[in-house]
Each structure stands twice: as C-alpha cells, then as structure tokens.
Write a protein that binds this ligand. Structure first.
Ligand SMILES: [Zn+2]
Length: 288
C-alpha cells in the first residue's frame, strides 16, 4: 500500500472547523505560526529513532521512520505539532554492521534535555517523545525525561511501540517465542505499511536467538528474566550474516497497517488526555 503524505490544509481551512497550523512539522512553520499554535495549545511530539542496521531487508533508518510515521499521523489527526526528529539513538552493538551511527547514551540524554528545554522555553508544556528504537533508547530517554520534569516543570511522556503497541503485537504475532527482537515481524510489517519501496522481503531471513533461561529478549514471552548485554563481537557472531534477531517472515503490510493504525488512534487518545492536564512551567535557565 502506498502511503499518502499527511499534510494539513491551509491554516484555518480544516473541514471540521478546527484551526490548524499550515504544517504539523515545526520546522516548516515560521516563528509567528508557532506562536499562533502556542496561543491555542502547548503540546508537541518529538520522534526519536536510530540509524542502525536492520538486516538486509530493512533500511538503516527504520526506527526513525516508524517514529516519524506515528508522530506525523497522530499530529495530523489530533491537530498537534511535531518537532524535527532525532535520527540517532543508542545503538552500540549494531556497530557490528556498516552504516550504524550511535550516540553514547549520555549524549542522547543531553540532546533530548536540550531540545526539551528549548521547547519549554518557547512555552511547550507537554512533550510526547515517540521512540522508534524501542527498548534500547529507553534508559537515556528516561534520564532526560526525569531531568526535564524536575528542572522545567514540563510534562514529558514517552511512547514506545514495544509497550504502547503491545496488545496488537501479541494478538497478531506469527513467530515462535523469541521471534520479536530486531528487524522482526513488527518492524518489518510496520515498514511494509509506511515505506514499502524500502523493504526487500526477498532478503528477509529468520534468525532465532538462543533460548537461555532468564535471558529472553522477546518482550511478549512471559517469565522471570535478567538482563545481559551483548558486546559488538557477541552480537556479530549471534546475528551473522543477516543482522536479524528474531523472525521477520510472518510480516505483512496488512498487519503493519493495523499495528500502525491502532497506535495512531491510541496516541490521539493519549494526546487528548494529556491536554486535560494544565502544565505550569517553572522558571529555569535555557540551554546555553
Ligand atoms: Zn528497530
């Protein structure tokens, strides 16, 4: 399915009578158009992804593209703004393959704090971070979230498909336990919906990780668990030659579309719920 670009009409021209900015993207607005939005609303979304290998069947920008797709479609439906996306995340083990660009986690947290503070300084009281790099970015994003909440008074919420899309993911998965991991059926189906021209299913392969007690990466396999960390060398040897961990083969554009639509609908609901909460920003030093 070819994806249509989410582009709102001219300001004030919405068929539902609601005022709309001329674009959902902050970087496409002038400062006075941002002010016009802030006169009515104080919520903004920030897509955060990664640039890292996603097997031979998906592009390196997969995590960023899925975060952008979710944020853009939800902003379009909810009449909200989206800040310029962050295309880099914390991807150390994926350095095993060419094309991966990683930030050290302290830098990722610091960049998100700087972005959040700048937005708070403009008057954005609500920040919704849409994290396409799933679990891996969560630790630095939570550090940034806690700093922003305490230092600026901003309301900061993180949406991660591993958790936000869990109900649909569990219902539609076709892979065996261990099949949800990296470049798996969820990411693959999502990209088949959003950017089918960038998916090469003829290159997709299954590579199930070893099943060891306590160490199950698949988030939807219930059980008691502990967390290990793979070195670059370990990750390379476990995933050679594809870079995949898990099973992309059950993916389809139809399942990816349902997965996407459900998360967009829920994100719109979350935005509406957050708008009910009035935020009082503190006086704080901007990032200089
Ligand atoms: Zn990914």
């Amino acid at each position: 399915m070819e994806r249509t670009e989410a582009r709102p009409g001219p300001a004030g021209a919405a068929g539902d009578g609601r005022w709309r900015p001329p674009s959902v993207w902050l970087q496409e607005l002038s400062w006075d158009q941002v002010r016009d939005y802030l006169d009515r609303d104080d919520l903004i979304l920030l897509p955060v992804g990664s640039t890292e290998q996603h097997g031979q069947h998906l592009p390196t920008g997969t995590d960023s593209m899925t975060a952008i797709g979710l944020a853009q479609d939800a902003a379009q439906a909810a009449v909200a703004l989206v800040a310029p996306p962050l295309w880099y995340g914390w991807s150390p083990h994926h350095l095993a393959y060419p094309g991966t660009i990683t930030l050290v986690p302290e830098h990722l947290a610091a960049i998100v704090v700087d972005v959040g503070k700048s937005l708070a300084y403009s008057g954005f009281g609500h920040l919704v971070i849409v994290n396409g790099h799933r679990e891996a970015n969560l630790a630095p994003l939570k550090i940034a979230q806690t700093r922003l909440v305490n230092e600026t008074g901003q309301s900061v919420v993180i949406v991660d498909p591993y958790y936000f899309g869990a109900t649909t993911a569990i219902a539609q998965r076709g892979s065996a336990p261990g099949g949800i991991g990296h470049a798996d059926e969820l990411e693959t189906g999502h990209m088949m919906h959003l950017h089918p021209q960038l998916v090469r299913m003829e290159r997709a392969v299954r590579n199930m990780p070893p099943q060891a007690r306590w160490f199950v990466g698949d988030p939807y396999v219930p059980g008691d668990r502990a967390f290990g960390a793979a070195s670059i060398e370990d990750f390379r040897s476990r995933t050679t030659p594809s870079g995949v961990s898990g099973d992309p083969l059950p993916a389809s554009a139809e399942k990816g579309s349902a997965y996407h639509r459900r998360m967009v609908d829920d994100l719109v609901g979350l935005i509406q719920q957050l708008r009910e909460v009035k935020v009082r920003l503190k006086s704080f030093a901007p990032p200089i």
